[in-house]
Every structure is written in structure tokens, then in C-alpha cells.
Design a protein around this ligand. Structure first.
Ligand code: ZN
Length: 359
């Protein structure tokens, strides 16, 4: 079965025809193809570059693969046709080629410090075991390793690096030596500085980034996935922690307040930015449009650049070619031009995933 689509293709801004044959895109006409869209704006699908389909609502590991598929379906129905799974309590390589599931770029388990991170989610190891665990998680994922770079240290009463600087540096080296890219959860100032200078591939959240570090990331091409809808919950986290950990609460509020300026600086410096919702646990799946709109409204990103961060740019970064000859047969069609009004992304008109038209 072949499908035919006509519309304005983004990012090229050209009205043209394309055909989908199996799981591939072609611009050579295919006789007898069924036309599934003949106007509108065509993108190669959205990307949630920070998502967890292995973590159930509430923060516990999912009950099984069926639940992972259910969570992934909520993302897919919002136009997300590729996911970077940023850490899962157990691996699901069987979903990599599942026709119902968005394309998956997966980390293994979060590599986390002992007894500090979310219960039952991470592989918790002391400093000497970090490089070995990173290599093991590189094998469990399909191209990414996820580190917990900092978290609350209850003994200190504030955010603190997960391990010493030498261990963070060794983690970056171990992932890259294993052929994987590595990213890290960071909220505070200290760990992210070490990780960026050690050549980490990507930073998650990055609320503690300084302007110097933003420039360093731009120079190195280090990506940033700011997860603004996660950062919007910092006020609630601070309120819950206030009584026992007032210093932590104060720190979280300050990071929250300073964050739009960090993302704006990263954007202006040319840091590669990608959209991630951090769905799984506290954030529901399917909220990519909310993240896109925040990047536009709070961080000042132009709609075209938000679309790049959420679609073709992110796909290229993750290795999922878009609407090019021989590209993957994923696309989303919008009735109106999302460059004129980004809110259009809330209502996909037509979606094709892995060559199959979604209902
Ligand atoms: Zn996350």
C-alpha cells in the first residue's frame, strides 16, 4: 500500500507531492497511491526529546510493556512520532520496531547515586562503579546513557552533585568509549559545569547554567533540552520541601525564576535546543504542544525555530531522517501554517507513523 501527500513541506516551505511506500518517503510518483492529504502544512512528525514511557504516573516503574505502549500512544496522538526515552527502570528493545510506538532513541536505566534518586528507577552506584555501570547502561539502551548529575542531598539540605568531579568526567568518557551519547539531569550549578567541560553530549533541564557555560555549549555543539513544563513545577516542589529543607526550597525557586533567561541566552548563543516534556512520573504524556508554546512565549524562540527544535532538527539529531528521498515514513499534517500561529500544533489533521496512517 502506497500513500500520496500534497502540501507545503517544512522546513523547505515548498508545496509539493510526496509518496510513502512501506516505511520510506519518495518524491517519485507511485501509480495507484491513495491520497491521504492534499493541502496543509507537512512536517516529519514531532519529537519528545525527554520522555519516560517506563515510568508510570506517580513515579513508580511501569507494570509492563503494555503500559509503556499505552503511555507512548498518548505521546503519539499529540503528533510525537519520535521519542528519546531519557531513562527507564527496565529496557524495552522489543518496542524499537513496534508499529504502534513512535521511533525510540533509548537510554538504559538512569545511573544515579545511592539512596538519593527516585526509588526503584535508577541503577544506583557509588563513585568507583560509575564507569562500569555507564558502560552497562550503554549496552542496555540503543544509543544514549542517562546520568543523574545532581539531586537533593538531604544531609546537606540542598541540591548537590551526584558524585565528585572526576567521577562525572569518567562517566562521560565511559559512555562515549562505549559508542553511546550521554546526557545528564542537572538542576544546580556545580555538576553541569563539570559535565559540559567534560564534553557531555546533552544537558537535561540545565537550570543551573551560567552564561559562560551557555557559550561553551554553543562552541562545543552541546545540546540543551530545557523541559520548561517540568521547571514550571519547581514552585510546588519547593513548597513541599519548605519545612524540612528551606535552603533547597529557596534554591529551587531561584533556579525557576532565572530559567527563562537561561533558555533565551542559550537560544541567542546558538546552543542546539530540543523540546522535551519529561513526561512520566509527575508529568502526563502528550504535552509536547505546551512545551513548544512555552519555548516561544517564555524563552522568546521564533515559531520556526521551535518547530525545528520539535521536529526536523530533533529528528536529525537523533538519527531519524525526515521528509527527504529515502527518509522515514513519518509525518504530521496541520491545516494551518504553524509558523504563523504555533497553537496550530495542538490539532494535527493527519498523522502517519512508520508508513501507517493513524486513525
Ligand atoms: Zn526525566
Amino acid at each position: 500500500m502506497a500513500f500520496h501527500v500534497r502540501g507545503v513541506l517544512l522546513p523547505d516551505d515548498e508545496e509539493r507531492d510526496l509518496w510513502l511506500v512501506g516505511d520510506r518517503v519518495t518524491f517519485s510518483p507511485v501509480a495507484g497511491a491513495e491520497t491521504i492529504a492534499d493541502c496543509g502544512y507537512v512536517l516529519p512528525g514531532l519529537v519528545d526529546a525527554h520522555c519516560h514511557i517506563g515510568i508510570a504516573p506517580g513515579g513508580a516503574p511501569i507494570g509492563g510493556i503494555a503500559q509503556a505502549k499505552e503511555l507512548a500512544a498518548a505521546d503519539r496522538d499529540s503528533g510525537v512520532l519520535a521519542i528519546r526515552d531519557c531513562g527507564s527502570p527496565y529496557p524495552y528493545p522489543m518496542l524499537d520496531d513496534d508499529p504502534d510506538v513512535p521511533r525510540l532513541a533509548r537510554a538504559g536505566r538512569h545511573v544515579a547515586p545511592p539512596k538519593r534518586y527516585l526509588r526503584d528507577i535508577g541503577a544506583e552506584v557509588e563513585a568507583p562503579e560509575v564507569p562500569g555501570e555507564v558502560a552497562a547502561q550503554a549496552r542496555a539502551g540503543n544509543g544514549w546513557v542517562k546520568l543523574v548529575g545532581d539531586w537533593i542531598d538531604r544531609a546537606v539540605g540542598d541540591l548537590a552533585p551526584a558524585w565528585d568531579a572526576a567521577t562525572l568526567e569518567a562517566a562521560v568518557g565511559a559512555a562515549q568509549a562505549a559508542g553511546a551519547r550521554i546526557t545528564a539531569h542537572t538542576f544546580s550549578e556545580e555538576a553541569v559545569a563539570v559535565l559540559v567541560r567534560a564534553g557531555i553530549d546533552c544537558v537535561e533541564h540545565g537550570t543551573g547554567l551560567s552564561l559562560d557555560l551557555v557559550d561553551e555549549m554553543a562552541r562545543r555543539g552541546t545540546a540543551l533540552v530545557p523541559t520548561m513544563i517540568n521547571i514550571a513545577t519547581f514552585g510546588d516542589i519547593a513548597a513541599r520541601a519548605e519545612e524540612k529543607f528551606p535552603g533547597y526550597a529557596r534554591h529551587m525557586r531561584a533556579l525557576h525564576d532565572g530559567f527563562p533567561a537561561v533558555v533565551r541566552a542559550a537560544y541567542e548563543a546558538g546552543v542546539p535546543l530540543y523540546t522535551g516534556t519529561d513526561a512520566g512520573g509527575g508529568i502526563t504524556h502528550g504535552r509536547i504542544a505546551d512545551e513548544m508554546l512555552r519555548l516561544h512565549e517564555e524563552a522568546g524562540m521564533a515559531p520556526f525555530d521551535v518547530l525545528r527544535a520539535a521536529s526536523w532538527g530533533a529528528r536529525e539529531w537523533l538519527g531519524f531522517p525526515g521528509l527527504v528521498e529515502g527518509g522515514l515514513a513519518d509525518l504530521v499534517v496541520y491545516a494551518e501554517d504553524p509558523r504563523r500561529d504555533l497553537r496550530v500544533v495542538r490539532a494535527p489533521q493527519r498523522m502517519v507513523l512508520r508508513g501507517r496512517v493513524l486513525p
